[in-house]
Design a protein around this ligand. Structure first.
Ligand code: ADP
Length: 255
């Protein structure tokens, strides 16, 4: 039986002023799946992730998590924005890892992971510390729990950021080009952690230019071109049978 649909986007549109960046995006992510968004810079991948995480408000269309609209409710045929408290509660179900790590510099690795657990989920310090230790162990950083970000390599910082996101027990994890800012020799350790997470059954929506990783780990690949889904399917379909010159050309850059 097919897994349940966790995230469904239908006709999602978003403009910045006169620039229409998302021109009706349809996609779905099933529970336990890894779906990757690929495409040239400027095609709207990050904007789509930011709409899913409510960092941007989409103009039209629907984004549903577990069947519930994200960031708004319907009042007849009108969309009404949810209160900040409700938006926060929804956002806690969606984790996001950014290109730039975004760790708090004045907190240790462990404290970075603990913060959301105590402040957002209301866990005790003792419980948060235990969960943080568990996830820092999973990303191979048990021994670094007392280190501050400046004492860690970029790859280690990014692994702390992943531990911090996954420790919140999200329904869905978003990854936005999380290896793009890393020195090449540090990329593999972060991709390794992501692959292990995928294999553990975490549902992930990933924007990445690491095509070997995308091909290896994704259940479904979505090629975005100028704000639209130009092609989507299993990795073998998208990579071996590109149905447009644009996709062929895009993939050609990685050979
Ligand atoms: P990608 O992730 O595929 O590189 P983005 O979603 O980052 O694409 O960007 C798509 C387009 O939207 C780009 O032309 C970008 O300049 C524009 N854009 C993104 N965010 C904003 C913003 N806050 N204000 C104005 N334009 C934006």
């Amino acid at each position: 039986m097919a897994e349940q649909i966790l995230l469904r986007a239908e006709g999602v549109r978003k403009s910045f002023g006169a620039l229409e960046v998302l021109k009706g995006i349809d996609l779905e992510v099933r529970q336990g799946q890894v779906v990757s968004l690929i495409g040239a810079s400027g095609s709207g991948k990050t904007t789509f992730l930011r709409c899913v995480n409510m960092l941007e408000e989409h103009d039209a269309g629907d984004i549903l998590l577990d069947g519930e609209p994200i960031g708004y409710r319907m009042d007849g045929s009108r969309r009404r924005r949810l209160s900040e408290a409700k938006v926060s509660a929804q956002r806690a179900r969606i984790g996001m890892v950014f290109q730039s790590f975004n760790l708090f510099p004045h907190l240790t690795a462990e404290e970075n992971v603990m913060l959301g657990l105590t402040k957002v989920l209301g866990k005790s310090k003792a419980e948060a510390r235990e969960i943080a230790g568990h996830w820092l162990g999973k990303v191979g950083l048990e021994a670094r729990r007392g280190h501050y970000p400046y004492q860690l390599s970029g790859g280690q910082q990014q692994r702390v950021a992943i531990a911090r996101a996954v420790a919140m027990d999200p329904r869905l994890l978003l990854f936005d080009e999380v290896t793009s800012a890393l020195d090449p020799e540090l990329v593999a350790e972060v991709l390794g952690v992501m692959k292990a997470l995928a294999e553990s059954g975490m549902t992930m929506l990933v924007v990445s230019h690491e095509m070997l990783f995308v091909r290896d780990v994704s259940h479904h690949v979505v090629f975005m071109d100028e704000g639209k889904v130009a092609q989507s399917g299993a990795p073998s379909e998208v990579f071996d049978r590109p149905d447009s010159e644009r996709l062929q050309k895009f993939l050609g850059r990685f050979h």
